[in-house]
Design a protein around this ligand. Structure first.
Ligand code: ADP
Length: 395
């Protein structure tokens, strides 16, 4: 089933501004979709439609098979969570706790259930220490996290982020991207709007380019960004990686390639060509994601045996994985851009151990194997190692 469909949607503001014209989108369940467009192209107006803040003047929006109407706005609001571009539009309560409890309280949950939801999202976003603070007194990045936590407390299946990385510093930007990956790997459908081509190209499974309220192009990032003349007609430039790649081709640094690279790692791979190098291995240890109990569902003593396999470097991705590494006293070598960093290390012969939350473990393995890197299950290896040490028979 499609998570969300927008059919022939048009919208004109009362002052006569035509913000959307015949927009069509079809978003697959569990996929990461980016709506890319310059300022004023209609991204926010489109997003206000996706959770029923604005009802269609023309056309329709279908959420999980049900058309949005005046009568089912409640269903839509609990299924589609919209994180506003400006957190000040979303936060209103005197404390962070009250803000996060507001939505779950409105769902009619019991006091204990509300508290559990609030605690869950505080820990997921790593913002426990803000619980008694007044949202007005937080920094822009901190407010953004609280606004996201408020939406996640409603546990919506579809998450819509309007310009999630705008105004964030590089560290917070990577954290935000990792969070969106984590939510998607938990099986949620994540849709973002952005004018940042570098983020859209490296993060999304599917991209729509919006221009003057119309869908101007759509496709998988590789196909969208391989058409140079297409981007010229928008106010967007090609991603830095694609521009570097074009320069490398033009200067004969390497031969013309069939595919455009979307990440620095792809570019490095092109540069290395068929150069044979000793490769390292990536061992992954999967920690249950938040919805499966997080670190509390892990036997930390048992996990210590994993540390007897000594990798060259260690990384952690996702909330519960980072928490787990911390509780085991491990100082990780990398906690950002973990997938590409560990593949890059392995390409240079370095063995890596990664703690990965929930479905993020699959993302690492899938991407590493595509790049020809050997992957292993660290827990399985550790149990064999222990059994051998104890003199048990190992098959
Ligand atoms: P984006 O999010 O891509 O920057 P918007 O959806 O905010 O784009 O805006 C799309 C168009 O609608 C722009 O031309 C903008 O000026 C106009 N617009 C946005 N909000 C209003 C409003 N409340 N009244 C009139 N025009 C508006």
């Amino acid at each position: 089933m499609r998570a969300l469909e927008v059919c022939n949607l048009s919208y004109r503001y009362p002052d006569g501004t035509q913000a959307l014209k015949h927009v069509n989108l079809s978003v697959k369940e569990g996929k990461k979709t980016a709506i890319l467009g310059p300022n004023g192209s209609g991204k926010s107006t489109l997003f206000y439609h996706l959770n029923g803040i604005i009802l269609p003047q023309k056309g329709k929006i279908i959420v999980k098979g049900r058309e949005i109407t005046k009568k089912n706005v409640y269903y839509v609001r609990t299924t589609v969570g919209l994180v506003f571009q400006d957190p000040d539009d979303q936060l209103f309560a005197p404390t962070v706790w009250d803000d996060l409890a507001f939505g779950p309280n409105n769902l009619g949950l019991s006091g204990d259930e509300v508290a559990a939801r609030v605690e869950g999202v505080l820990s997921m976003l790593g913002i426990e220490e803000f619980r008694d603070r007044n949202p007005d007194n937080l920094s822009g990045g901190e407010k953004k996290k609280v606004a996201i936590a408020g939406v996640l407390a409603m546990n919506p299946e579809i998450l819509v982020f309007d310009e999630p990385t705008s105004g964030l510093d590089p560290k917070s930007t990577s954290e935000m991207i990792e969070l969106m990956d984590e939510l998607a790997s938990d099986g949620r459908t994540v849709i973002i709007s952005t004018h940042n081509v570098d983020i859209a190209s490296s993060w999304a499974d599917y991209i729509y380019i919006l221009r003057k309220g119309e869908i101007y192009a759509e496709g998988e990032p590789e196909s969208v960004f391989s058409k140079d003349d297409l981007l010229k007609k928008t106010n967007l430039t090609a991603p830095v990686v694609v521009r570097t790649h074009r320069e490398f081709e033009a200067h004969n640094i390497y031969k013309k390639q069939d595919k455009v690279p979307l990440t620095i790692l792809d570019l490095v791979e092109n540069l290395n060509g068929s150069k044979k190098q000793k490769r390292g291995m990536i061992r992954v240890i999967q920690i249950p994601g938040m919805k499966d109990g997080g670190v509390s569902a892990v036997d930390l003593d048992e996990l210590k045996s994993v540390l007897e396999i000594t990798p060259d470097k260690t990384g952690a991705m996702g909330t519960s994985a980072k928490e787990c590494a911390k509780r085991l006293g491990i100082v990780c070598d990398f906690e950002r851009d973990v997938v590409d960093t560990s593949i890059s290390e392995a390409m240079r012969g370095i063995d890596v151990l990664i703690f990965a939350s929930g479905g993020m473990a699959d993302i690492v393995v899938e991407r590493a194997r595509k790049k020809g890197i050997r992957c292993g299950n660290a827990a399985f290896e550790a149990s064999k190692h222990l059994a051998k040490r104890n003199g048990d028979v190992v098959n």
